[in-house]
Design a protein around this ligand. Sequence first.
Ligand SMILES: [Zn+2]
Length: 188
Amino acid sequence: MIIEKIKKILGSGGSNNTQNKTTNEEKIKNRIAKGMIEESSFIKKGEHRKAIKHITGEIDLLKSGQPLTLNEKKDFNLNTRRKMTHDLINIIEMEGTDLNEALKEIDRMSLVTRSKAQREIHFKGISEEGLFKKVELMAPNDHRACRWCKSRNKKIFTVKTSSIDEIEEVINENCTCEPWRIAMVTKV
Ligand SMILES: [Zn+2]
């Protein structure tokens, strides 16, 4: 009886920890997605919560609900080979909306949410690491990198600072990669 009880406590303790981590990342993603959806005119007012879940990846509306028939896709002027469901279409404000544009915007919001959350978690990790005097930025060089990153290809770009906010400012001012891809190493 007693052993069982201990196991139970340990068990729930363990799962709580993983849960906290996930909840933290989810919270960040939810906040970013919510901000973008509120700015966008493409999402129906009453469907914001569902849209947030889709954009953060908590649910996938392309995998739920009735798929569109070939004729329905033609009616909507969609690529007939494209996978589409009524569940996804239903969150879109159709009045005065180009459906293809709206779908593109939803994809973009998903990408930006993931990218910004990843960046925020990375910055938070660095500031929790403790003291540093400079940060080396290494930019990727491929077709997905922005011009600023490309121009720094293979060069180490050093920011002399001990403030993570300052680095964030430098990156925000210059890098337009979507998703965010720069690598950072802190030096003491
Ligand atoms: Zn960039």
